[in-house]
Design a protein around this ligand. Sequence first.
Ligand SMILES: [Zn+2]
Length: 341
Amino acid sequence: MVESAKKPGSWSIAPRSERPLAGSGAVAGIDVGGTFTKSVLVLSSGEIALTRRNETAGAGGPAAHVDRIGALAGQLAAKAAGAGERLTALGVAVPGVVDEAAGVARYSANLGWRDLDLGGELSERLGISVSIGHDVRLGALGEGVLGAARGVADFLYVPVGTGVAAAVVLDGHVRRGRHGTAGEVGHVALDESGPPCGCGRRGCLEAVASAAAIARRYAERAGGDVDAAAVLARASAGERVALEVWQTAVAALGATLAHAQALLDVDLIVVGGGLAHAGDALLSPLESEIAARLGWLPRPRLAVAALGDQAACLGAALRARAEGPPEAPGAPPERQTGDPR
Ligand SMILES: [Zn+2]
């Protein structure tokens, strides 16, 4: 059977209207990360009424996680009520392996989840429609509809932070792949004698090129406790170890993205995550690395993500809109206070 383009996980990035965040009632997006939980409340007009960033509390196992996400959704519902609106749908972004159709978080190493029926439990508790999605794919949806890739049908969204991953958008759809792992480039081993990776293997892209890996590899050789931004600053000042660590990371990332480009021929690569704060200091050498490897093949444009760490929770809010009730007729014009654009 040919899969429908509307199948969850193959989301269209074509805006539903001039006001993609507008609709009937308020919706919320919550992005449960390994370190921070980001949330957003969107009113019927499309106005972003609230954005929040809390540390993700780890204690108590999956049941406590569900309790805390439910409590946060309750606070967002109260905020919506304060604005005279009812929370009608919630989207939740989670890392790891996600079965969007079933609403189940299959596996997340960072959060300690396995086969967690997050969608079902939250929907029962809150009495509203709850959709769940993979954080990187929802980030791509956010950037595709509201951010750096607006109007682009074929692009990669590549957040480089604690880890490295990618989401693949082709023909205007965020692709899930056969097993829900399309774009998982972070744990492909580039050098089996390379540094150990959190996944238990060696030489993965993530073990060399993530912001965390850059900081760790520098500290191993030069000592001290610095983050990737400090390593870049030292590399720019000509410090040899910093330069080697940084260049190795950019070369590994460039090699992977060049292969991705050869396979997919996208128009644009949007780099997000903590490392994207480096801006041109990252994009410029990365562009050169990719170009050198591609030779005569067409090169993608590179851009820094526009939505920062809000991309996935805005993507989750967009999914909540898509799966919630249809827009009420005669809705007021969209006001975009706190518009991420
Ligand atoms: Zn790995």
